[in-house]
Design a protein around this ligand. Sequence first.
Ligand code: FE2
Ligand code: FE2
Ligand code: FE2
Ligand code: FE2
Length: 320
Amino acid sequence: MVPFSKRALVTGAFTLVLSVPAGGAFAMPALSDDGSSDGPQVRVSNSQTLADLAQSMRGEAFASASYRLYAKQARREGLPSVGRLFERTADVELGEHFKEEAALSGLVGSDAANLRDAVSGETYESQKMYPGFAQQARADGDSAAATRFSEIARDEGVHRGEFSTALHVVESGQGSVPAPSKVEEPTQVPAGPPKVQAQRTKANLDTAMHGEALAYAKYRLYAEHAENPAVARLFRGNAQVERREHFADEAKLAGLVGTTRSNLTKAISGERYESRTMYPTFAKRAKEAGDTGAATRFSHNAKDEARHAQAFQKALDRLS
Ligand SMILES: [Fe+2]
Ligand SMILES: [Fe+2]
Ligand SMILES: [Fe+2]
Ligand SMILES: [Fe+2]
């Protein structure tokens, strides 16, 4: 076997640990972060393709989580058909686009490899990212955001402990996997302006929301593929906390949700960017690199996103 070197692709707060050969091409089979062979099977060869997949997954996870909130807002405004359109689109982003890209990039490994990834993401969030964001928000006078960042840091610390214990159980065959954290009350996010002032807090909220949406999407997938039912429950339960509490709380602070008219406008511009610029660029690069599976997927997504933009545009026209 050719010698492998480790390459970590940071996707928001979480790291996709991928192994590519020294020299940068052909990564089959992939090794997990401890060098064992239970890691993901990467199905692309080029490091740029891997980076493009990571960026796409971040975008897909974020779009899906945002559309769920836009759907609820549409229903609040008495527009159930627009609500359904946002929900259906959210399902495509997560259940098809994110999932297929995750398969290409070899996101899912064994339970142990997935738990190690979760521990590493939760460690970063609880010990570095959120404490840093809280400190900056406090310095910038955004005290509500500072308080929430600190509380979320503590939640992530709890997740870290739960995933670490689960990892120990899976590896040693002893003890029991903890029950997941619970969503006490999902945060409602009605249309509203940002509740923070500083540009830096806004940028940090954007980073945090992308991290939460990605964590949700990953944990759902890890749960789906889990060999151990208790590990599946832990991933599924904590995924809910990431989306329905953390992502939602941050969306509220950031003023992510507007009126349905403005949510549709924002969605159209995101879909157009993906369909006209992002995915065609990624498809071209992947094709040139010989990653034909990824190139086909990127081109397919570009067409889907164009259809999403059209459907949203139609819904917007009907509101006028
Ligand atoms: Fe998509
Ligand atoms: Fe977490
Ligand atoms: Fe979280
Ligand atoms: Fe889309």
